[in-house]
Design a protein around this ligand. Structure first.
Ligand code: CUA
Length: 336
């Protein structure tokens, strides 16, 4: 029993400490906005933790004193206590000071985060759908929008102005390592600034219940050097170019069949708008909004039985022969 409790405690401690680093945690900030929030959080922990400790100390001291005095005083006699009154005034002052410090710190942080909207090196538009993310970048060269989905790339050290909207219900955009969360509300655009500093892969997650597959509405975030980002964006801008004869069957199935009515593959006949842009699908790390790895097997399974993976998804099962499913998945992973 005691041993089980000790093990439970050890596991809890490991879990708590594990929460301090990783690719989806606000406690391991990799951007200006998350750093500001982490510092505010740290200050709150210190102030509130300090007060909590003081409360416990006063409690222990008062119990000790009361015991001693009750034993010393004759029955029925009480004693006025100016020291106690003074102590309470002091304590009241301390609590007020702590609250004022926290209020000012939180106001200053909030204000600084709101100011960040004004300068931006890059414009991004993110639209929430049940249950995936449409992501568009304003091309710095042409001003045109370049579309992709479910994987957000950001240049390190630059500020991206992310305009958030929704196509259906309220979602919430949250990349805890980079910034705080913000809602995606149908009919309006909210703006969030992201200034990542550290290169790497992070994970974003929808943070507002938006239907049965809310938990499977995630996305990858890749922070990379501005040069690499520019090269990536240039690749995303390009239409589908593959003309490999080995992939002809797959290309015909994907761009001429059922897929084309919901998905765009720029440079082909497929121009549906209901689902994610697939022009460079193979370049992404995951499919189905952070749900499955980018492998041929996963793509085949998703095409044939999407509702086995995400019940309620608007993607219908596509009836394909095993050969056709294989050809289609081969073609889709080749789109890099
Ligand atoms: Cu979208 Cu939860």
């Amino acid at each position: 029993m005691v041993r089980a409790l000790a093990v439970k405690r050890a596991v809890l401690l490991v879990l708590v400490l594990a929460g301090c680093s990783g690719r989806q945690t606000p406690l391991d900030p990799a951007g200006d906005q998350s750093q500001a929030l982490a510092s505010l959080f740290e200050l709150m922990v210190w102030v509130c933790g300090g007060m909590y400790l003081l409360v416990l100390l006063f409690l222990a001291a008062s119990i000790y004193r009361a015991r001693r005095r009750l034993n010393a005083l004759p029955q029925g006699e009480t004693q006025d206590d100016t020291a106690l009154t003074r102590g309470l005034w002091l304590w009241g002052g301390l609590v007020s000071l702590g609250l004022v410090v926290l209020a000012i710190a939180s106001f200053v942080t909030d204000w600084a985060l709101a100011q960040a909207d004004r300068r931006a090196d890059l414009e991004v538009r993110v639209t929430g759908h049940q249950w995936w993310w449409r992501i568009e970048y304003r091309d710095p060269a042409s001003g045109a929008w370049i579309e992709t989905a479910n994987e957000l790339h950001l240049p390190a050290g630059r500020t991206a102005r992310v305009s958030l909207g929704s196509a259906d219900v309220i979602h919430s955009f949250w990349v805890p390592n980079v910034a705080g969360k913000m809602d995606l509300v149908p009919g309006r655009r909210n703006v969030l600034s992201l200034t990542p500093r550290r290169a790497g892969w992070f994970r974003g997650q929808c943070a507002e219940f938006c239907g049965t597959q809310h938990a499977l509405m995630a996305f990858d975030v890749k922070v990379e050097s501005p040069e690499r980002f520019a090269a990536w964006l240039a690749r995303q801008r390009a239409p589908v170019t593959s003309s490999d004869p080995q992939l002809a069957r797959g290309r015909q199935i994907v761009t001429g069949g059922a897929c084309a009515s919901c998905h765009v593959l720029r440079g082909t006949a497929a121009n549906g708008r209901a689902g994610p842009d697939l022009t460079h699908l193979g370049s992404r790390r995951m499919i189905a909004a952070g749900t499955l790895p980018m492998t041929r097997d996963a793509i085949q399974g998703w095409i044939l039985q999407p509702r086995a993976v995400k019940p309620g998804t608007s993607m219908p099962p596509i009836a394909l022969s095993p050969e056709d499913a294989d050809a289609a998945s081969r073609y889709l992973v080749s789109l890099r």
